[in-house]
Ligand binder design. Sequence first.
Ligand SMILES: Nc1nc2c(ncn2[C@@H]2O[C@H](COP(=O)(O)OP(=O)(O)OP(=O)(O)O)[C@@H](O)[C@H]2O)c(=O)[nH]1
Ligand SMILES: [Mg+2]
Length: 286
Amino acid sequence: MDIYPGHMAKAKRVLKESLKNIDLVVEVLDARIPDSSYNKEIKGIIKDKERIIVLNKKDLAEEKYTNSWRSLIKKKLSCIKINSPQKKGIEDLIDLMEQMQTTINEIRVEKGIKKRPIRAIVIGIPNVGKSALINGIVKRSSAKTGNKPGVTRGKQWIKVKENIDLLDMPGILYPKAEDEETAYKLVLTGAVELKKVDAETAGYQLLKLLKNLNRLKRVINYYNIKTDSSVHPYDILAEIGKKRGCLMSGGKIDRNRTAQILINDFQKGFLGRITLERPESDHYEF
Ligand SMILES: Nc1nc2c(ncn2[C@@H]2O[C@H](COP(=O)(O)OP(=O)(O)OP(=O)(O)O)[C@@H](O)[C@H]2O)c(=O)[nH]1
Ligand SMILES: [Mg+2]
C-alpha cells in the first residue's frame, strides 16, 4: 500500500539537507508501534551521527511493553520514554543529550579539534509528536531560542543547554508501510490520516488487532455491549453502532461512522493504554 506517494523521496532529500552539521539525532517513535513507526532507511541516512530513540506517547501505550521495547533498544542505543505534552521524561532526555555532548566534545578534543556546542535535530514520522517534544524541550531549557541561523532559512537554533543547540524544525520521515497490517497501524495511531483509507476496513483491522492482543474486552466494556471476545469484528462493530445510534435511513447501521468513532476513541486513549506492537524477537534493526 502506497500511503505516501511521492513524499518519500523528497522527504529524504530534505532530511539529508537538514542533517548537514548535525551531531545528534533524536528519533521519535510512537510507543504504541515502535517497529512500524521506525523508518528502516534512517540508519543509512544519518550514518555515524549519535542517536537517541524517544518512545513518545508513552501515556497511550502499556507500560510493560514500553519497558520491554526500551530494554531491547537499549542494547544498541540510548532510549527514553516520553509523554511530550505533559513533559514527562523530557528532563531525562536533556540529561542524556548533555552526557552525549560531553562525549562528543571529548572526542573532538582528542582529535585536536576545538570544543563547540553540539547540534541536535528531532526527526520522526508525521504526527508522532515532534513539535510537542521540541516545545517541551524549549520550556525546560534555561535559555530560549537563539538567533543563530539554522541550516536552512527560516530555521532557528534553540539553546537547550550551554553546549547543546537544537534545530527548531524537525525532520520528517515517512514510514514505509511494508505490508497492509503496518499501513493500518499507521492509520490507527494517526500517522496517516484516516480519510486516506476506508474507515470501515480500518475499524475491522483495529478490532482484529485488539482480538489478537487479547484486548477486545476493553472495547466491550467501554461501549458496554453485550457480546464476547469470540464474536467476529463485523458483529462487534454493529453492536457499537447500535449503542452509539449510528444508524442510516431504514435503520441500517452506519458502519463507516461507527468505525470512525471507534478509531477516534482508541486514538484518544478512551479504550485505555494499548500497545499495538509487542517486541517478539531480538531481530529489530533500530
Ligand atoms: N497522548 C499524547 N499525545 C501526544 C504526545 N505527543 C504528542 N501528542 C499529540 O499528538 C498530536 C501530534 O503532535 P505533534 O507534536 O503535532 O506531532 P508532529 O510530529 O510534530 O506532527 P507533524 O508536524 O504533523 O509531522 C498532537 O495532538 C499532540 O498533542 C504524547 O506523548 N502523548
Ligand atoms: Mg510538527
